[in-house]
Design a protein around this ligand. Structure first.
Ligand SMILES: Nc1ncnc2c1ncn2[C@@H]1O[C@H](COP(=O)(O)OP(=O)(O)OP(=O)(O)O)[C@@H](O)[C@H]1O
Length: 294
């Protein structure tokens, strides 16, 4: 059996003078949540639309289970698009009925309702759904044909923090069913929470790839300790990199325990102390020199 579900090989897409995707390669394994990250215009949507068979590449190819994707790939995958128009004047339940009629093989409605937590608003008109409810319905529609591979294109953009976290739980539920998930997102906390592996794209190229925590360990050795400025620990700053940020001092250390022990030995108050490791936002900034949300 072929070990990866999807192999993207030397994929390139050129629009007039724009190399939207520029010779990228990656593989996705069964059951992984795979993140495609990058700023606006990096080439993420173009890449997943080629993978979904919606647009053709200029060169290169996408293999599913070791073979070039066939024309009927849409029947085997599930897609949650960024901007799906839902039919007005239909309820959530009627929308499930409508989409069920498009496929020969479908999941029972009760399974979809439980998996995507639709029970509270089944009889509500699509136009009256909150942002989070709408995304949950769109997720159910992406799962309706019980696909093994699910594409989620920025599924939590525009949701409030609570709705985002609720949605993450649904994605975890889908992962637990051994589905392979391809996720694009602007939110680095989301990628860190959900993705087993990520590729970071910029200007059509992959600039880094791997497991989020491996990437962070590879690129960052320092952990940051923050203290109120009034507690500026003189003994400590002699031995560490540090800088003042407004009302706080930031101390960089590679040995958190030793640094904290030193603080305690110096009888520095730990009131208001905060410890932070680098995250994928920091990594992106380091790799590209600009922030992901610019
Ligand atoms: N149909 C098209 N014709 C011409 N240029 C295009 C077309 N589609 C995309 N592009 C260009 O290709 C580049 C990559 O776009 P793409 O939408 O894939 O980026 P993205 O990473 O998905 O961005 P976003 O996060 O904003 O969705 C951009 O410079 C974009 O302007």
């Amino acid at each position: 059996m072929h070990s990866s579900v999807i192999d993207v090989e030397n994929l390139t897409k050129i629009y007039q003078d724009v190399r939207a995707v520029d010779g990228i390669n990656f593989s996705i394994k069964q059951g992984q949540c795979f993140g495609l990250l990058g700023p606006n215009g990096a080439g993420k949507t173009t890449t997943i639309e080629i993978m979904e068979g919606i647009i053709l590449p200029t060169s290169g190819q996408v293999n599913y289970y070791g073979k070039p994707a066939q024309a009927d790939i849409a029947q085997q995958i599930g897609i949650q698009f960024q901007h799906t128009a839902l039919q007005d004047f239909l309820t959530v339940k009627e929308t499930l009925d409508l989409f069920t009629s498009f496929y020969s093989k479908t999941l029972p409605h009760q399974t979809l309702i439980e998996l995507c937590d639709l029970g509270d608003f089944l009889d509500r008109d699509n136009r009256l759904l909150s942002g989070g409810q709408r995304q949950r319905l769109l997720l159910a529609l992406a799962l309706i044909n019980d696909p093994d591979i699910v594409f989620l294109d920025e599924p939590t953009t525009g949701l409030d923090p609570q709705a985002r976290r609720n949605f993450w739980q649904l994605i975890e539920n889908i992962k637990a069913n051994n589905k392979t998930i391809i996720l694009t997102t602007h939110y680095m906390d989301e990628a860190e929470q959900l993705c087993d592996e990520v590729v970071i794209m910029d200007r059509g190229k992959i600039i880094e790839s791997g497991q989020p925590h491996q990437l962070l360990n590879k690129h960052f050795t320092d952990v940051f300790i923050y203290l109120p400025l009034a507690q500026l620990p003189v003994a400590l700053i002699e031995q560490h990199k540090w800088r003042i940020l407004g009302e706080r001092v930031e101390i960089a250390t590679q040995h958190v325990e030793a640094t904290l022990s030193l603080l305690i030995a110096e009888q520095v108050s730990l009131e208001g102390l905060h410890v932070k490791s680098a995250n994928l936002d920091d990594l992106f900034l380091k790799l590209t020199g600009h922030s992901l949300r610019e």
